[in-house]
Design a protein around this ligand. Structure first.
Ligand SMILES: Cc1cc2nc3c(=O)[nH]c(=O)nc-3n(C[C@H](O)[C@H](O)[C@H](O)COP(=O)(O)OP(=O)(O)OC[C@H]3O[C@@H](n4cnc5c(N)ncnc54)[C@H](O)[C@@H]3O)c2cc1C
Length: 424
């Protein structure tokens, strides 16, 4: 049997689920398939930046997040490993109502999106179903084939969307080459409950050392600890007390909090990778999210950018459907709108990898000076904050700002009010 739909989305993750919901709000028939047996359940840290909050608000999901699973956080303190505070960022400086970061329990936002998708008549969401290949007429993609619990299916679609993550099979089938880079460091993430919880975020940087602490709901705290790729088993072998001791040396004031780590089931490993592709579109097909542009988590924007992609594509597709134009030329408009912002964030995240992950004392010295300059310079601080918040499409620093940021030259505009964050 061949099924017909307007849009077929491969992957119901950060981007695909949002796209399905945004298309449903416009009554566009959509089939979404995901190879997983259901929505994700595993441990993962999640910070909803202001641009992600805007997307969820526009879709009516932000208000439905369970109050006991989310926490608004305003203050982020960057410190040197050992304890010295370098710089504090206040999300309260951003325009309301998105003047906070929201830390959620694992997958909470995603489950709310999926629940909303499942209520939509125009969307069919199919778990346990894998993408197996594209259907083509000449060079044009006109659908796809799937393998699921009921066997093999063919879906004819006007547009096929590859929202299937960094290792995208849709991208492969489209023969779009990808530069997939796996960073040498990933993160041990943990969620712990403590009698000494925190209400503000702390981020420690040292020599080849990063430890982030983010308050979650109630007495819960998320930890992000940088470890070399492939070393999770070795960390486990050394034991929990050794890990707690390492954390205590980085953040001595939270020694009590670290006692909340009791069991390895409170932890998970998060790999980090980057994807670059020469194009995100083909005739009848589009890539969104990590399939098109995975980035290092330093940008704190991976999931947010997948969601913003979804909204941008959902704004474009109704016109394509009305005009019956699904050509690469028409779909390229999506890439034209989105690529500059994404490229800027990928480059920024890589610069942060260079400075933040370093073990070179000179690079670490410069990094710490930049943090200390930011602490004294509201203009530059705001530019960094609005970039992390996803509200600024141009780099946070101009060439002159870079020199000023090292702290060797004064900034006569340090206290000038920054331009509106949406400026690009
Ligand atoms: C542990 C962890 C923590 C993270 N924390 C953050 C964070 O705090 N903030 C942030 O902004 N980003 C975070 N990220 C990054 C973020 O998760 C991704 O950038 C975001 O999920 C990208 O969305 P996506 O839809 O492109 O891909 P994904 O969310 O990866 O979704 C891809 C989906 O495609 C499905 N799929 C894959 N192949 C197939 C196939 N052949 N057939 C059918 N389905 C398929 C997968 O099952 C999956 O559901 C984190 C990533 C990890 C791994």
């Amino acid at each position: 049997m061949t099924e017909q739909t307007d849009v077929a989305v491969v992957g119901a993750g950060g981007g695909g689920a949002v796209l399905a919901l945004a298309l449903a709000k416009q009554g566009i028939s959509t089939v979404v398939l995901d190879q997983a047996s259901g929505p994700p359940q595993g441990l993962r840290g999640e910070i909803l930046q202001p641009n992600g909050q805007m997307v969820l608000d526009r879709l009516g999901v932000l208000q439905s997040l369970p109050a006991d699973a989310v926490r608004s956080v305003r203050h982020f303190h960057f410190c040197r490993a050992g304890g010295l505070r370098l710089c504090s960022i206040d999300y309260g400086d951003l325009p309301p109502p998105y003047n906070r970061a929201i830390v959620t329990l694992p997958n909470v936002a995603h489950h709310a999106i999926v629940a909303a998708v499942q209520q939509q008549k125009s969307v069919t969401l199919r778990y346990g179903t894998s993408f197996t290949g594209l259907l083509r007429e000449g060079d044009r993609v006109v659908g796809l084939s799937t393998q699921g619990p009921d066997g093999v299916h063919t879906i004819r679609a006007k547009v096929v969307v590859g929202a299937d993550g960094a290792f995208s099979k849709v991208r492969e089938a489209l023969q779009i080459p990808a530069d997939l880079y796996l960073y040498p460091d990933g993160y041990l993430i943990a969620i712990i409950e403590s009698e000494e919880p925190i209400s503000e975020s702390f981020y420690y940087v040292g020599h080849k050392t990063i430890l982030g602490l983010f308050p979650a709901t109630g007495k819960k705290v998320y930890l992000f600890y940088m470890i070399p790729k492939g070393s999770m088993e070795a960390v486990k072998q050394r034991g929990i007390p050794a890990l707690q001791q390492a954390w205590s040396q980085i953040a001595p004031q939270f020694t009590g909090l670290f006692q909340g780590l009791k069991d390895w089931s409170q932890t998970a490993y998060m790999p980090t990778g980057r994807v670059r592709t020469p194009t995100w579109v083909a005739d009848g097909a589009v890539l969104i999210g990590d399939a098109a542009h995975a980035m290092n988590p330093h940008a704190s924007q991976g999931r947010m950018q997948a969601m913003v992609d979804a909204m941008a594509l959902s704004d474009l597709l109704p016109g394509c459907l009305a005009d019956r134009d699904y050509s690469a030329g028409r779909l390229k408009e999506f890439e034209r709108v989105r690529r500059p912002h994404v490229t800027m964030l990928q480059e920024l995240a890589d610069q942060q990898v260079f400075y933040w992950n370093t073990e070179n004392p000179l690079v670490a010295f410069l990094r710490d000076r930049v943090f200390q300059t930011l602490d004294r310079n509201p203009r530059l601080r705001y530019q960094v904050l609005s970039t992390t918040a996803g509200l600024r499409a141009i780099p946070p620093f101009s060439s002159i700002d870079r020199v000023i940021a090292t702290g060797f030259f004064p900034d006569i505009r340090a206290h000038e009010k920054s331009s509106h964050p949406m400026s690009s």
